[in-house]
Design a protein. Structure first.
Length: 325
């Protein structure tokens, strides 16, 4: 038995490779793990479940059931903003799972147990970046297992990673978190995704496939910032074409105005919206990070918004785990 602390970085979700049932693989997430911001939890063995945070307590109870252990006392030390496009649910759920398992001297088997924690049902990016960080492309799910309804909760396997690259240490991801309505989640997200999948143009998936194979992956492998950013931006806009009816445009308000403003910043590339937003991101390098941050704060101010601006490296190692006997 031990006290276990787990800390995981946020993730950016650039988009999916395919949302049409007319192609053999559905979804196929594309994203990047970040060093900042982070979620951090500490767990120790207990009889029953003790946790002051309501959502963390839900995940703790589920982890106790999944692992078949006596219980856990869980403390949420750092939290990610919820439903803004940073993967808060997956990173919290998996952090709780791992902390609970390590507190009981068990192997967490993250990928195998993620579905039982309710994660990885569409995109596998959050699970993959929790495991190893990096720039990630996953394989998606076999379309023949899907209708417009997803499988029952837990009745899936996390999509395998088909490409993963460490990104250069001098790259910086600019993350803008405006104070705005949260993005979609839960039943609302399910309904929106169902609507999108029913209408998705398969030709867009074919275009994205070319961007991924001929632009994104070579740029990630060679560490070329400008081509990487151009590919990310193109993938984001093509995904936005699928979502336009569901979210009120290629980017949802107010992300759209922030994207348009930051696209004018000469030191930023790859500007886009993460998941359902409202988080907006861009890519720059260490030498131009301060200029990019100033531009982001100006973009918030000029659009009458409050918010937070974060500069982060890409994570290259996944969640950090520490145990004290």
């Amino acid at each position: 038995m031990a006290i276990a602390t787990v800390s995981a970085g946020a993730r950016l979700h650039v988009g999916f490779q395919n949302l049409s049932l007319a192609r053999r693989r559905l979804y196929g997430g594309i994203g990047v793990g970040l060093e900042e911001p982070r979620v951090t939890v500490t767990a120790e063995p207990e009889s029953g479940v003790e946790c002051d945070d309501p959502l963390a307590r839900v995940y703790a109870s589920r982890a106790v059931d999944v692992l078949d252990v006596s219980g856990v006392a869980l403390t949420l030390e750092e939290r990610l903003p919820r439903h803004v496009g940073l993967g808060s649910g997956t990173q919290l759920a998996l952090s709780v799972l791992v902390a609970t398992a390590r507190a009981h001297d068990m192997d967490p088997r993250v990928r195998a147990r993620a579905p039982a924690m309710g994660r990885g049902g569409r995109s596998g990016v959050g699970v993959a970046t929790f495991e190893d960080g990096g720039s990630v492309v996953d394989a998606g799910h076999p379309t023949n297992r899907f209708t417009t309804e997803p499988p029952a909760e837990g009745d899936w396997t996390v999509p395998p990673v088909v490409a993963r690259h460490d990104l250069p240490d001098d790259w910086r991801f600019l993350v803008v978190v405006p104070d705005a309505e949260p993005g979609r989640s839960g039943d609302d997200e399910d309904a929106s995704m169902r609507s999108v999948v029913e209408r998705a143009d398969p030709a867009v998936a074919d275009e994205i496939a070319g961007v991924v194979t001929r632009k994104l992956l070579p740029a990630a492998a060679e560490g070329r910032l400008e081509p990487f950013g151009e590919a990310v931006a193109e993938i984001g806009r093509k995904n936005g074409a699928w979502y336009a009816d569901a979210q009120g445009g290629v980017f949802r308000p107010p992300a759209g105005t922030l994207v348009e403003t930051l696209e004018e910043c000469p030191v930023c590339t790859g500007v886009g919206q993460s998941s359902w937003g409202p988080v907006v991101y861009g890519v720059t390098d260490r030498d131009h990070a301060e200029e990019a941050e100033v531009a982001a704060r100006a973009a918030l101010r000029d659009n009458g918004l409050e918010g937070r601006v974060i500069l982060s490296r890409s994570d290259s190692s996944g969640a950090r785990v520490q145990t004290d006997d």
